[in-house]
Ligand binder design. Structure first.
Ligand code: HEC
Ligand code: HEC
Length: 301
């Protein structure tokens, strides 16, 4: 009898050790994989105030970099130390603890559109799978704005995955955007960025680089939120509640965070960044959302 218990115990322990080894091995190889990204040619980073202003608008409103890297771009601890690990949204300035001075313009482009750090390793969480669609002019403007920022002295803990974070990486969950990007081919969307204006086409671009799909799902039909406690994202195709909204309802909701019935939209939805869009941009997004296929909700909302 005792022999059996011992054997089972040895079996269970070996299985656990094996599992831990597999999780460690697979996550380590995913994290340490280096990506070879060909240097981009279309960058044109200047000190032109108009370009810098465009970059600021992209960083704060459209691409929402400031939501994670904070308003002064000095960064913050994004996931507090725990079983997931620690993830810091880096300090993007030249201050103490900042990474900017160590990055060339081409390396910044690689970080933004490919999700790859200056040492070739993948960045966690940052939504480069959506930023890969940013046009050359817009990525240049973002870099111009970063270069113009005053230094912020803020030293953050290094990103390091914990046991749960490693399991998440092993399951292939999309927290390593670089793994889901084709690094060889220029996306067609990027090659043909539509002109700025209140058009459906420009709205499609804004939705694509605005991170909507990361939260609302590939078909914008809503999905469970990845942040514990946050409500599921809404179905924003015409099949969802927004199908009954007017354009004015949409603009008011994005500017004030209140739906037509007066209820509040959760803060996890970045409506405060949406509120800083121009009227033309909100109109463009509205026109595009009106035109997407009706898809029934995939999550209860
Ligand atoms: C959803 C949150 C999020 C958003 C939005 C975001 N980032 Fe990040 N970013 C991160 C995190 C987290 C890291 C660090 C990842 C790591 O250490 O693996 C990071 C890292 C970076 C790095 C690499 C810095 C380093 O430490 O080497 C650059 C450059 C960067 N981000 C620029 C941007 C820009 C520009 C934008 C907007 C176009 C942006 N980020 C939007 C979360 C975000
Ligand atoms: C960080 C995740 C996140 C991102 C990015 C995001 N959303 Fe949301 N959104 C949500 C969540 C979660 C809700 C539901 C909030 C609630 O139930 O109070 C929501 C709700 C909405 C609503 C209200 C719909 C309704 O029926 O109540 C609209 C409109 C909307 N989002 C549009 C957008 C658009 C357009 C974009 C991209 C430009 C976007 N969202 C990006 C998470 C996100």
């Amino acid at each position: 009898m005792k022999k059996w218990i011992k054997r089972i115990a040895v079996g269970v322990v070996s299985l656990i050790v094996l599992l831990v080894a597999v999780v460690f091995g697979v996550s380590e190889s995913r994290m340490r994989r280096t990506y070879d990204v060909a240097a981009v040619t279309g960058l044109n980073v200047t000190k032109d105030p108009a370009q810098i202003a465009r970059g600021e608008h992209l960083v704060k409103a459209v691409a929402k970099c400031a939501d994670c890297h904070t308003a002064d771009l000095g960064g913050k601890v994004f996931i507090e130390p725990g079983p997931m690990g620690t993830v810091s949204a880096s300090n993007l300035t030249t201050g103490k603890g900042g990474v900017l001075a160590a990055y060339s313009d081409a390396q910044l482009e690689t970080a933004i559109r490919h999700g790859v750090r200056s040492n070739g390793r993948p960045l966690l969480i940052m939504p480069s799978d959506e930023y890969q669609h940013l046009g050359d002019a817009d990525v240049s403007a973002i870099i111009a704005y970063l270069r113009a920022l005053p230094p912020v002295n803020r030293e953050l803990p290094r990103t390091k995955l914990g046991p749960i974070g490693r399991v998440v990486v092993t399951t292939g969950a999309p927290i390593i955007p670089a793994a889901n990007i084709d690094h060889e081919t220029v996306p067609a969307s990027r090659a043909a960025v539509p002109p700025v204006g209140p058009t459906r086409e420009y709205g499609q671009y804004l939705v694509s680089v605005g991170g909507c799909r990361g939260c609302h799902g590939p078909e914008l039909a809503g999905q469970a939120s990845f942040e514990p406690g946050a409500p599921p994202s809404a179905n924003i195709t015409p099949a969802g509640p927004m199908g009954r909204w007017s354009e004015a309802d949409f603009v008011r909701a994005m500017r004030t965070g209140a739906r037509p019935d007066g209820s509040k939209i959760a803060e996890f939805m970045p409506w405060r960044s949406m509120a800083t869009h121009t009227d033309d941009e909100l109109r463009a997004i509205w026109l595009y959302l009106r035109s997407v296929p009706r898809v029934a909700s995939s999550a209860k909302s």
